[in-house]
Design a protein around this ligand. Structure first.
Ligand code: ZN
Length: 150
C-alpha cells in the first residue's frame, strides 16, 4: 500500500496481509495521521532489494514516469514486484508503471466498503420508518424506499 491508499482507507481488512515500505511509514508519521497508530498495528514494514528498485527505475524511465514518481513510489512498486503483491494506490503514475511491470493494483476507494452503511426503510405510503427491510410496509402495504441512516 502506498501513502495515498492509507489515507483512503478507514481500516485494513483483517484478511489482508498488508505491507508498506519505510518511506511510506515516514510519510505517514510526517502527516501525523491519527489513524496511523491503528493501521501500523496491522501493517508489515518491508523493503525491496536495491536490484528490484533499479529495475523499477529503469521501467519508469521507459514510460516517462520517472519525473512524477517519488522515491517512495518506486519503493512501493519494487516491494510489490518482489512480493508478487497487489498494490493499493490512488496514484496514477504508480498505476501506470504497475501495468508496465505487470504488477496488479487496485485503487483504495474502499471507504464505502469498509465503512458499514446503515439503511432505513421509509414507507412511501404512510411515511413510517423501519430499521429492518420488509417486502412492503407492514402497516399499510405500500412499497418501502431505502434511505441512508444518519
Ligand atoms: Zn406504510
Amino acid at each position: 500500500m502506498d501513502t495515498s491508499a492509507l489515507f483512503g482507507l478507514e481500516q485494513v481488512p483483517p484478511e489482508w496481509e498488508a505491507f508498506i515500505t519505510e518511506g511510506v511509514l515516514t510519510e505517514l508519521e510526517k502527516y501525523g495521521d491519527r489513524r496511523a497508530e491503528n493501521l501500523l498495528a496491522v501493517l508489515k514494514v518491508s523493503q525491496a532489494t536495491s536490484q528490484t528498485v533499479r529495475k523499477v527505475m529503469q521501467a519508469a524511465k521507459g514510460t516517462g514516469d520517472s519525473a512524477r514518481l517519488s522515491p517512495v513510489d518506486v519503493e512501493v512498486l519494487a516491494l510489490a514486484l518482489e512480493l508478487e503483491a497487489v498494490i493499493i494506490t490512488d496514484d496514477y503514475s504508480i498505476q501506470n508503471l504497475a501495468t508496465v511491470l505487470k504488477v496488479a493494483y487496485r485503487p483504495s476507494g474502499m471507504k464505502g466498503i469498509t465503512k458499514v452503511i446503515r439503511w432505513n426503510y421509509l414507507c412511501s405510503g404512510c411515511g413510517k420508518v423501519f430499521k429492518e427491510q420488509h417486502p412492503d410496509c407492514p402497516v399499510c402495504g405500500s412499497p418501502l424506499r431505502t434511505t441512508r441512516r444518519r
